[in-house]
Design a protein around this ligand. Structure first.
Ligand code: CP
Length: 350
């Protein structure tokens, strides 16, 4: 079923609560500010090329010159869920461009007293924020915030829905290894590349954004996991997506193996036998060596060593986990700069 933001709500609310299938929502959930990034559905190959080129330009720029680009502009980070990588890299990205940042988290703000997302957003706007980076447990929250504030919003993860900046940094990591030097991407840039995403697909906004982005560049995406964490309907999320439940067959045909954490905080009563899960789906050195010795290993983090992958694999020579984190700063600098230099409203919002 598609994701729908409740238009009458002043709280972030989306029905139904999970959103593996939403290929028909691009129009209904399109952003109202050009500088926003709410969903990977919005990304064209042209816009991806622009973001990748801008990321490289900013990364290579003299830091003093770079810090003049958004000097004294104000950006708010609004985080209703915990985060290490996304929050820190967005903050470093904004600061690297010279912007002033402020962090509002649900545990140390008036959100605790019951203030709504709308009122918090309007408050941040009144304080001079020109863009908001939002992480929220409810799918669709970034659309509501953008609509109510009229500000560009960067989706830093909304519930089980999307995490588009993660998909872009994952793409930059993949290109660096499989297509080095490529910034101008096309619909064929990743032709012939199979990327296997393994584990808790159902609850993963990272999986969803990657499933929507990577096939646009010609990649084949193979999803792998047990039925409880990977419903059959996931293959219909978009073109270029297949399901292979046998782990060794899935990794055996892949140049990239992207492992996912089991999101215990979203299981909502679902009982999983973790020993059975590890026996079937854990990425070990033995499995890598036997079935796909050349594959690149990715994981958006946080990793749970000894569950979805072993510590040896996480620390091993094929692991790109920390490289992914590194690419996050350049990609997020590009997104933050784009947010503040293309803030044209499309007639919606405040
Ligand atoms: N990959 C990711 O979103 O990590 P954090 O939750 O630490 O931001």
């Amino acid at each position: 079923m598609p994701v729908k933001v409740d238009p009458t709500s002043t709280h972030a609310r989306v029905t139904p609560s999970h959103a593996l299938l939403a290929s028909d929502t691009a129009a209904s959930l399109s952003s109202c500010c050009d500088g926003s990034l709410l969903s990977a559905l919005e990304l064209t190959v042209e816009s991806v090329s622009e973001i990748l080129a801008l990321a490289t330009l900013l990364e290579q720029e003299n830091p003093l010159k770079r810090a003049e680009r958004l000097a004294k502009r104000r950006i708010a980070l609004l985080f209703y869920e915990s985060s290490t990588r996304t929050r820190t890299s967005f903050e470093l990205a904004a600061k690297g461009l010279g912007a002033d940042t402020t962090l509002v988290s649900s545990l140390s703000s008036s959100i605790e007293k019951g203030e709504t997302l709308k009122d918090t957003g309007l408050t941040l706007r009144a304080l001079g924020a020109e863009a908001i980076i939002l992480r929220h447990p409810n799918s669709g929250a970034p659309w509501l915030l953008e609509r109510e504030t009229g500000l560009p919003v960067l989706n830093a993860g909304d519930g089980m829905h999307e995490h588009p900046s993660q998909a872009l940094l994952d793409l930059r990591t993949i290109l660096a290894h499989l297509r080095p030097g490529t910034e101008k991407v096309t619909a064929k840039t990743l032709a012939g590349v199979t990327i296997c995403i393994v584990g808790d697909i159902l609850h993963s906004r990272v999986a969803r954004s990657n499933m929507l982005l990577l096939p646009k560049l010609g990649a084949r995406v193979v999803l792998c996991g047990p039925k409880e964490l990977l419903p059959e309907v996931a293959a219909q999320a978009g073109p270029g997506i297949e399901i292979e439940r046998d782990f060794t067959k899935a990794i055996g045909q892949s140049q990239v193996v992207m492992m996912l954490r089991i999101q215990a905080e979203r299981l909502a009563g679902l009982q999983l036998d973790l020993e059975e899960y590890k026996a079937s789906y854990q990425l070990t050195e033995e499995r890598l060596a036997a079935h796909t010795p050349e594959a690149l290993v990715m994981h958006p983090g946080p990793i749970i060593r000894g569950l979805e992958l072993t510590g040896e694999v996480a620390d091993g020579p094929k692991s790109l986990i920390l490289e992914q984190v590194h690419h996050g700063v350049a990609i997020r600098m590009a997104l933050v700069l784009r947010a503040l230099t293309q803030p044209t409203q499309k007639g919606v919002g405040a």
